[in-house]
Design a protein around this ligand. Sequence first.
Ligand code: ATP
Ligand code: MG
Length: 325
Amino acid sequence: MASSAQLKALLHAHVSGDIERFRSVALQVAAHEAKIGHVKLAEELRDLVKKAKSQQQVVSISKGQRDSSGLLNISSPSTKLSDLILDEESRSQLDRIIKEVSHINELRSHGLNARRKILLVGPPGTGKTYTAAALSGELGYPLFEVRLDSVITKFMGETSLKLRQIFDSIESVRGVYFFDEFDALGADRASGNDVGEARRVLNSLLTMIEQDNSASLIICATNYSELLDRALFRRFDDVINYHLPSAQNIENLLARRLKPYAPARLNWKARAAKAEGLSAADVKVIADDVVKEVLLSKATKFKTEWLDRAIKERQQVTRSQRKSR
Ligand SMILES: Nc1ncnc2c1ncn2[C@@H]1O[C@H](COP(=O)(O)OP(=O)(O)OP(=O)(O)O)[C@@H](O)[C@H]1O
Ligand SMILES: [Mg+2]
């Protein structure tokens, strides 16, 4: 039994919010119990202190309160998968992920793993980031975006330590964890221009992914499929490929946003054909431009030439962007 002095010290530490002191007194109590032969109780007490410590670390990471914790951005998006326009294969892959993750315990009880380590590959503006938000929205899990700029430092040891911290959070706080442009970890800047070392940092992330046994969803995204080797793909339960939208999907994207403002008998197909080669994000910009023009000119419908102009402008912007790359 804890002495009255220890009890008082515990209460005092609790009231003053001194967690370190609380922990240290609790460990003293455990040590005292061990000494008088209450080994099991001592063990239980130590376990409780350990558990409280790891949870507290996670909370401080989660809330981004401390500098050491600026590793994750947290949000609770209400985005839904139905907002995404994708090809059928990607859509059914995403549906399957949601189904499996929602039944993770049932699957585990039969010795099966839910698909929850996912790689998204595809060009800019095709919906990868949006997908991470939609999976979080659909599952009702918080979205933790890993801030790679904070993770990556010149020192490989430090970077690996920060990754370890993130994986502790993945383990103890169930959520959707999103590593956007995760291949940046393998780039030169990750470790003072030493390519070999950068590669090791990326490999240490991949090993952590492989060893993870949590109930969280881990999503990595990249634009560069050609840089990724087979060994890398193997670490994921599923790889989803994103593409520029087909003419039909461009038409769907345009119509969904513009239908209420469209003039009668608009040839949607012809407009969609003009926008081919653009990303879904570009098509969104086009539709937004047209809606803005409708609102600001106090019109109820747009003119066909407004839409054509917006498409042409966007095509020019992307062409000059591609050239400058
Ligand atoms: N497939 C899609 N269906 C509907 N809207 C989309 C789709 N893809 C992109 N968008 C729209 O474009 C915006 C930007 O897309 P997003 O940020 O998801 O692209 P990304 O693939 O992550 O690009 P990057 O590789 O540049 O990070 C989204 O917020 C959404 O409004
Ligand atoms: Mg993105």
